[in-house]
Design a protein around this ligand. Structure first.
Ligand code: BES
Ligand code: ZN
Length: 851
């Protein structure tokens, strides 16, 4: 029943058009008769008129569902059905709606609604997937209590809530907490269970289960520990207790996203929950821990309090990302987490916010909501919460959040509700702060200094460039954390938060005996681009703020690369000496030292060149990065072995912060050593490796050194039956290759029998790696643009959501030279010309083209 009319401009949905649904739902009873080609879904729903809603016709969403029968109060009705749903005359009072539909999970390749993955049934309903299961008011402000009966020839039959009964071929679940349909889930399959248990702070026992495919049971222990740690943390830090008898997690192989917070039944991409030392890297472990926490934390921020409409997505996602970030900072290292987040923000959110896809943290319109699960909503959304906390202080933040839970439990809430609890509990006016939710674009903050008669003055100014649909920006409230350091390196003023609220504002510090060095934007207290002519070598040596100490080095590295690219300069020796001192400081966390070594990404450099009025040449950036690393290796030849030794872990493998920090420093050393020994150390590490972190970093360096034979073949033979490790094998061949070879690799890999392109993880392993390989993707031939486009066009028919997400690879196209722009334009036009192009991809590509 999919709308077959080609290329009609999709409808745009506006925040300002919000109206409540005309009915409330008392309860929902669903019965599923599972069958791959013809699943029957019977629904019984008690509707009653919603007294707070305007009069409207009765409309239920429904897509790709075949109506078998419908009745109202037991009388058969004949609704009008179209591609989006059904309309029907209904009584003026309460009524019972009953309906039976048929759907075909095995034909569902979009992985939204009810679909099949490796022989199991599973669902994904956020954002608007429930309408592919049955006719329903599929909008988050309609909340209902669900009872679900699952019938099928599968040993494990799961749905939301508590288990009410089960027998041969059936199970019945009841979820007592009213929820929107997007939190519905059903899983059925031949699964094995890794059990656990948790006693909540009020003494209730909760059964925990991680369900996986047979063979994966050895990869569940870490996820279970992370779940228990998350439950405990949310009780201790936010006072939030779990509210059902059971918490289930299921791992599925085919999943568009990372994981999903369905009430009591979280569904995870298997790559985001399954872990073992032999098959997962330290980075995988850290990410799994964070995602488990994230989805669990949604139980309060998202589920108990949900979103009124999808424009409010950041209400649950920004807040929950902020919460999972706090969790990771508490469990691991706070400075390391902060630096990692800022690297991510600059790599993903800044380009979005400064390009054609820019949108406010709370967008005001969309065509396809799936396109708005963005770095802006998530990461900038989390930064906005962090700024709010910085502005009101930790205690006031805690009080306001408590009020939020008290006041809005059971609600479908808005950003206005969220800000109001802060206003009511602190007495502060947040009208100006709210601009962070409504204006798009990254603010640029410039700092200038004066020094006179013992008074040091900082003048801060802010400016936000135009973005699509928003030409003029009003000033933001920007919390700027500042510390002052005396000439001897001692701090003369501890961190203070300045509130920049005007376009330009001065802050004076009086009574100083000598001109200080200002450390501005400590901890990256706001998501802005800062320009400040300051002695960064001094900050690198002395700043007590770990973030700004790192930032000093990163900024020197950016300038160094800029001079190498633009002026053919030699690497900055003074900076390298300063950096060496930090690297030699054994009191510093190895993970932190490793981050000091991680240079600016190529995309970051392209952005910087663009800001400086230079058209980026991707190959020149690649060459400069290569020369800089070579210079580091040669300069530090003598102490590389020393530092390599210091990063050696002798204890049995653990994925904790301490060990993984050492291994990441070790990996940085291996990368430099490879440039001197032709790959000998990598060879030795590969032979000796007993965990995936060491095996993979060794393999990457062998590929980089041109020594991949026979290691690549050996790795394949060792891991060919492990889907998740094989994804790494696919991805690494692209990411660790030189630009042209990387494209050649993609050509070869897509012909490999294990290249299952309809599996999102496998597709992303190859094409995500290509899109992230800056110099390969932007190769002057345009080969990579065309290759990615071929496959996006192919994937769009099967899986629009994953295809659309990958289109963002083209979002920065206007930065590049006319030749590359023309090559990209050709590809974007090709996509737009595809017959039956999905709404998802059509929206993304037309926004990119409009720039
Ligand atoms: N609610 C989302 C999952 C989702 C996203 C469903 C888009 C449907 C469409 C979930 O809570 C989430 O945010 N997952 C992230 C990982 C998280 C750690 C940021 C994901 O899947 O990438
Ligand atoms: Zn989320």
């Amino acid at each position: 029943m999919k709308d077959a009319s080609p290329q009609i401009t999709p409808e745009t949905i506006y925040l300002k058009d919000y109206t409540a649904f005309g009915w409330q739902i008392e309860d929902v009873h669903l019965t599923f008769h599972l069958s791959p080609g013809a699943t029957r879904v019977v629904s019984k729903i008690h509707f009653a008129p919603n007294p707070d809603a305007p009069a409207q016709e009765f409309f239920l969403h429904g897509e790709e569902v075949n109506l078998i029968r419908a009745s109202i109060n037991g009388e058969v009705v004949s609704p009008q059905v179209d591609a989006h749903g059904l309309r029907c005359d209904v009584p003026s009072g309460p009524f019972l709606w009953e309906c039976e539909v048929e759907i075909a999970p095995e034909a569902n390749t979009a992985l939204e609604g009810l679909y099949m993955s490796s022989g199991m049934y599973c669902t994904q309903c956020e954002a608007e997937g429930f309408r592919k299961i049955t006719f329903y008011p599929d909008r988050p402000d309609v909340m209902a209590v669900f009872t679900t009966r699952v019938e099928g020839e599968m040993p494990v039959l799961l749905s939301n809530g508590n288990l009410k009964g089960q027998g041969d071929g059936w199970a019945e679940w009841h979820d007592p907490w009213p929820k929107p349909a997007y939190l519905f889930a059903l899983v059925a399959g031949d699964l094995v269970n890794h059990p656990g248990a948790f006693k909540t702070m009020s003494g209730k026992d909760v059964a925990l289960n991680i369900y996986v495919r047979p063979g994966d049971e050895g990869k569940c222990a870490f996820g279970m520990e992370a779940l228990i740690a998350s439950m405990k943390w949310d009780e201790e830090v936010y006072g939030r207790e779990y509210d059902l008898d059971i918490f289930n997690i299921v791992a599925v192989d085919d999943f568009n996203m990372g994981a999903m917070e369905n009430k009591g039944l979280n569904v995870f991409n298997s790559s985001c929950v399954l872990a073992s030392p032999e098959t997962s890297t330290d980075g995988n472990f850290e990410r799994i821990e964070a995602i488990i926490a994230h989805e669990y934390f949604h139980n309060w921020t998202g589920n108990r309090i949900t979103c009124r409409d999808w424009f409010q997505l950041c209400l649950k996602e920004g807040l929950t990302v902020f919460r999972d970030g706090q969790f990771t900072s508490d469990l691991r290292s706070a400075p390391v987490k902060r630096i990692e987040d800022v690297i991510q923000l600059r790599a993903r959110q800044f380009p979005e916010d400064q390009g054609p896809l820019a949108h406010p943290v709370r967008p005001e319109s969309f065509q396809e909501i799936n396109n708005f699960y963005t770095a802006t909503v998530y990461e900038k959304g989390a930064e906005v919460i962090g700024m709010l906390k910085t502005l009101v202080g930790d205690d006031a933040y805690a009080k306001a959040v408590d009020l939020y839970f008290d006041r809005h439990d059971g609600d479908a809430a808005t950003i206005e509700d969220w800000l109001k609890v802060f206003e009511d509990s602190t007495g502060r006016d947040l009208a100006q702060f709210k601009r962070w939710y409504s204006q798009a674009g990254t603010p640029f903050v410039d700092v200038s200094e004066t020094w006179e008669d013992g008074t040091f003055t900082l003048t801060l100014s802010q400016k936000t460039p135009p973005s699509p649909g928003q030409d003029v920006k009003e000033p933001y409230v920007i919390p700027v954390a500042v510390g002052l350091i005396g000439p001897n390196g001692d701090e003369v003023l501890e961190t203070q938060v300045l509130e920049l609220t005007e376009a330009e504002q001065s802050f004076a510090f009086e009574g100083l005996s000598a001109r200080p060095v200002a450390s501005v934007l400590r901890g990256f207290s706001a998501p802005v681009v800062l320009t400040h002519d300051v002695d960064r070598a001094f900050l690198l040596a002395h700043d007590s703020d770990p973030f700004n100490r790192w930032e000093a080095s990163r900024s020197l590295a950016r300038d160094c690369l800029l001079a190498m690219i633009r002026d053919g300069a030699a690497p900055d020796a003074a900076w390298l000496d300063g950096l060496e001192k930090v690297l030699r400081d054994s009191t510093l966390d190895p993970a932190y030292r490793a981050l000091m070594l991680s240079g600016p990404t190529a995309a970051e450099m392209a952005q910087l060149l663009h800001e400086n009025g230079v058209t980026p040449d991707p190959q020149a950036i690649w060459d400069a990065q290569d020369q800089l690393s070579q210079a580091m290796a040669e300069r530090w030849q003598a102490f590389l072995p020393e530092l390599t030794q210091a990063s050696n872990v002798t204890a049995p493998y653990k994925p904790n912060a301490d060990q993984s920090g050492k291994r990441s420093l070790g990996a940085a050393m291996l990368g430099l050593t490879r440039r001197l020994d032709g790959g000998a150390a990598a060879q030795a590490q590969y032979q000796a490796a007993d965990n995936m972190t060491l095996q993979l970093s060794a393999l990457a360096n062998l590929v980089r050194a041109g020594q991949e034979d026979p290691a690549l073949g050996h790795f394949y033979d060792q891991w060919k039956n492990d889907r998740l490790v094989l994804d790494k094998w696919f991805g690494l061949q692209v990411s660790a290759s030189a630009p042209e070879q990387a494209i050649d690799r993609v050509d070869t890999l897509v012909a490999h029998p294990d290249f299952d392109w309809q599996n999102p993880n496998r597709f992303r392993a190859v094409f995500g790696a290509l899109a992230m390989h800056h110099a390969a993707f932007h190769h002057v031939s345009g080969r990579a643009y065309a290759l990615l486009t071929d496959w996006l066009i192919k994937l769009d028919d099967k899986n629009p959501q994953t295809t659309a997400r990958m289109c963002s690879a083209f979002q920065t196209w206007k930065r590049y030279d006319a030749g590359r722009q023309a090559l990209i334009k050709t590809q974007l036009d090709r996509i737009m010309a595809k017959p039956n192009l999905s709404r998802d991809v059509s929206e993304m590509v037309s926004r990119i083209l409009a720039s």
